[in-house]
Design a protein around this ligand. Structure first.
Ligand code: ZN
Length: 659
């Protein structure tokens, strides 16, 4: 563990305690093996001057919901220190009352809610306090004789705190344990199965002590822990691996009661873990630290021959676990696993979005490593299930998962959109992603890869007239997100205008290949996965030219008419599998790549009108935008069209020939 302290960056804080506090907190946050996704917290005690000009001591403590990796000064709440210290003297306090009292003692009503560890920070008699869930320290303590090993590493320079619930109970336990303690003789607190606290008179001292203590645990693991193993060879994915993945994701989504994105990890570490002889037992013993339980559930799942049966069995066991520990008034959470082992293949995580599944994947990556290290230290022994249950059903942990607002309409859905680098395709792909879906956007334009390059919005280069490339792209989407629910077949091109008498063969063939056959390739490749999707739906982008063809647009209109017929037949054939297929006929969406100035001029000429007249040539005199089309697309893929298939919906500002 290396110190990341930098004199120049520290000097830029100008000795302002809050600026320095944010700075060294981010140093901790930069190291995922110290804190992962919201784990850990920090504080500084400092004087402030109140409204009446009087000095007051406050604890500036990390706010709930802030991540140490990205925290700024705004992420700390100023809480009256004397109130927090007096709270530690109370013999009893419920967590709800504790949060309420901490909130009331916060001097800035706009500040975030103080960390649930604020009282513990307050009673440590040093200005600076740092707390992490360092992998190495927790790994050592998650073994049968963890306490003894901690003594072996640190001697008497740390206080060992046996595991108790975080929050008031932990603060109270430390308060009682340290009444007679000479804090100056300590380097830190080691909280078994939980983490480590360090403290100091200045920002650097407390931070460097954290690095030192964690480094010692890492050295101990290196000397006593996991030996280098030879790389494991992949067993080779079974021929129907992707279909099995989609089946598994659907079963997990059903158990959850909403769509889940699945992320498969087949990297070297994941494969090695998934190939361990005792992996089924190891994956179900428990998490690295109890706060992970809200992201990973108490146990991982091991996938057997039949993924659906595995999920059902996991659910039954979860319900039994709930029944064993429930207290009155508690209702069970969903029984879907959040991570699983595919023996001999890798590990897989599930989340309501790609970002959530990725957070679970980070946690699982660290957990796998810790399990393997602890196994060579006498055995992986995390907290027992009674303690895990307490944390999983702790109101304060559950509150972390409850984001404001209602769930987004396409949360956890997986979509493929073609022609996604510009115009209608781009607008639809971005709208789906904004509404919660994980999206693979395809385009022949290589810029798609840089345009769509964030969590849950990926880009892939694909020539949709190449059947093999289309199949590979659909498989890519399933591999990336675990399945496929929504297909938007949009890629197309307005081929140059020509009267039929003058139409050349190349233009005709090009239009048929791009505007008709490519959609069949996509539909055919996607159908097996759509059948395993969650409320699957297909949207085909047709054209106003289907109901109202224009002169000179023969190649385009004929292909789009054929495409509409393809969609109608697909609607008939796929209804039995619950797959809806609908067609949208847009027109005059001038903010798309298809409407180059040349095309516009050409079309206007075909109708014998000016470009301006052509643009306003609809009954509502409305200009239809890509965003309007995207809004209709989301409606047609979503709940408003849940009971509609085989429909053709125009979006053209009103056209008397269509009406
Ligand atoms: Zn903690």
């Amino acid at each position: 563990m290396q110190s990341l302290w930098n004199d120049r960056d520290a000097a830029a804080c100008h000795n302002d305690p809050l600026a320095l506090r944010a700075y060294t907190s981010r140093l901790l946050g930069r190291e995922p093996s110290l804190v992962l996704h919201g784990g850990g917290n920090t504080s500084v005690k400092a004087p402030i001057t109140n409204l009446f000009g009087e000095p007051e001591q406050v604890l500036l403590v990390k706010g709930s919901g802030w991540d140490l990796a990205t925290i700024t000064e705004a992420g700390f709440a100023p809480v009256r220190l004397d109130v927090l210290q007096r709270m530690a003297e109370l013999p009893k306090l419920t967590d709800t009352d504790m949060v309420k009292a901490q909130r009331a003692a916060t001097l800035d009503p706009g500040a975030p809610t103080p960390s649930v560890e604020a009282i513990l920070h307050a009673i440590i008699p040093f200005a600076w306090v740092d707390h992490t869930h360092a992998d190495a320290v927790v790994t050592v303590t998650n073994t049968p004789d963890g306490g003894r090993r901690v003594r072996e590493i640190y001697g008497d320079r740390v206080l060992i705190v046996p595991y108790v619930m975080p929050g008031f109970i932990l603060a109270r336990a430390v308060y009682e344990m340290t009444r007679q303690t000479d804090w100056r003789a300590l380097d830190g607190l080691i909280l078994l199965n939980h983490g480590v606290f360090t403290f100091g008179d200045d920002a650097r001292a407390s931070y460097e002590l954290m690095i030192k203590l964690v480094g010692q645990a890492e050295d101990y693991l290196a000397a006593n822990g996991k030996k280098k193993s030879s790389p494991v060879k992949a067993a080779g994915a079974p021929p129907d691996a992707l279909a099995q993945l989609a089946r598994l994701r659907k079963a997990v989504s059903t158990a959850r009661g909403s769509s889940m994105v699945a992320r498969l990890d087949q990297g070297g570490d994941a494969l090695e873990f998934a190939s361990l002889p005792g992996v089924a037992d190891l994956a179900s013993r428990g998490p690295l630290t109890p706060d992970h339980v809200i992201r990973t559930k108490p146990k991982g799942m091991v996938v057997g021959q039949d993924p659906v049966a595995s999920v059902q069995e996991y659910g039954v066991r979860y319900e039994q676990y709930f029944a064993r520990h429930r207290t009155s008034g508690l209702s069970a959470l969903d029984s879907a696993p959040r991570w699983a082992v595919l023996p001999g293949v890798g590990t897989i995580t599930f989340g309501g979005s790609a970002a959530d599944a990725d957070i679970a994947a980070d946690i699982v990556r660290h957990t796998r490593r810790a399990i393997q290290a602890a196994e060579t230290l006498g055995g992986w022994m995390p907290l027992g299930e009674a303690e895990l249950f307490e944390v999983e059903y702790w109101e304060l942990e559950q509150a972390k998962l409850k984001k404001p607002g209602s769930p987004r309409p396409f949360q956890g859905k997986v979509a493929v959109v073609t022609g996604a680098a510009s115009g209608i395709g781009k607008a639809v792909a971005e709208a789906l992603h904004g509404a919660g879906a994980a999206v693979l956007g395809l385009d022949i334009n290589p810029s798609i890869k840089t345009q769509f390059n964030q969590s849950g919005l990926a880009g892939g280069v694909c020539d949709v007239t190449d059947q093999a490339a289309v199949t590979a792209s659909v498989e890519k989407a399933v591999g990336l997100f675990g399945g496929l629910d929504l297909l938007v077949s949009n890629a197309g091109l307005f081929t140059p205008s020509s009267a039929l008498a003058d139409l050349d063969e190349a233009t005709w063939q090009k239009s048929l290949a791009l505007n008709l056959s490519s959609h069949r390739y996509l539909l055919q490749a996607a159908t097996p996965y759509l059948k395993l999707g969650v409320d699957p739906a297909v949207l085909i982008i047709g054209s106003k030219n289907v109901p109202a063809p224009g002169p000179g647009a023969g190649a385009y209109s004929v292909a789009k008419a054929g495409l509409t017929q393809l969609a109608r037949v697909a609607a008939l054939e796929l209804a039995g599998d619950g797959i809806r297929v609908n067609v949208m006929h847009p027109h005059a969406v001038f903010d798309t790549g298809a409407w180059t100035p040349e095309v516009l001029a050409e079309r206007a000429r075909s109708y014998g009108v000016s470009v301006e007249e052509y643009k306003a040539k609809n009954l509502l005199k409305a200009e239809v935008t890509s965003a309007d089309v995207a809004a209709l697309a989301l409606a047609m893929l979503g709940a408003p069209f849940a009971k509609t298939t085989g429909a053709q919906v125009p979006i053209d500002g009103g056209n008397d020939r269509v009406i």
